[in-house]
Design a protein around this ligand. Sequence first.
Ligand SMILES: [Zn+2]
Length: 213
Amino acid sequence: MVALVLMVVGLYSIETGYKYQFSNNDPGRVTVYCVKKESTGCLWHVHAVSEFDSFVIKTMHSEHFCGFVCKDVTSCLMSSKLVENLILEIVRGMPLVKPKDLMTTLKTDYGLDITYYYAYTAKKIALEEIHGIDGLCFHQLKWLKNTIVENNPGSRVILDIDSTKKFERMFICFEASSYGFNHCRPIVYLDGTFLKNKHKGCLLAATAKNGNQ
Ligand SMILES: [Zn+2]
């Protein structure tokens, strides 16, 4: 929970230029003060407590009395973890965002300069965080096969692997689709799409016209 507060306050710090300090080591609650509280008596603070997977702000004073500040792009709160979280949220909203667009957004909105390589790598890590790692997903195909057969009786699933247990192909036909084919007109639409992830491949789908149409 504290990490989440740290990230949000870190982003707020980048946007406003004000710096903060944390107190309370209790994992269930955290208080954030203006870094100039002692020297200027600034009352800005946020007190938050943990509830489920999030945190709730209980008390807050949102005005600074410590004077004006300028954005400081070298702020220590702007850690690489913070930038990664920032990119994670951008990629979550726009999975197809390009590294160059990430560079532009971070520069425009937060004054951050990142290299193309950093943007490319951070986007890759963000996609893995959101969708899982491609390689590990193959380990779940056996589970997927069993789950489909178990929950859709009559469905046919064939998972082919070679002698080294390397994935070759997978065929899935749900019982409902198989049953529906018996009542369709004899027209089959076949379409395929190239999988553009690390392991490539092709996804084929066959669909027949609904007999009622
Ligand atoms: Zn202040």
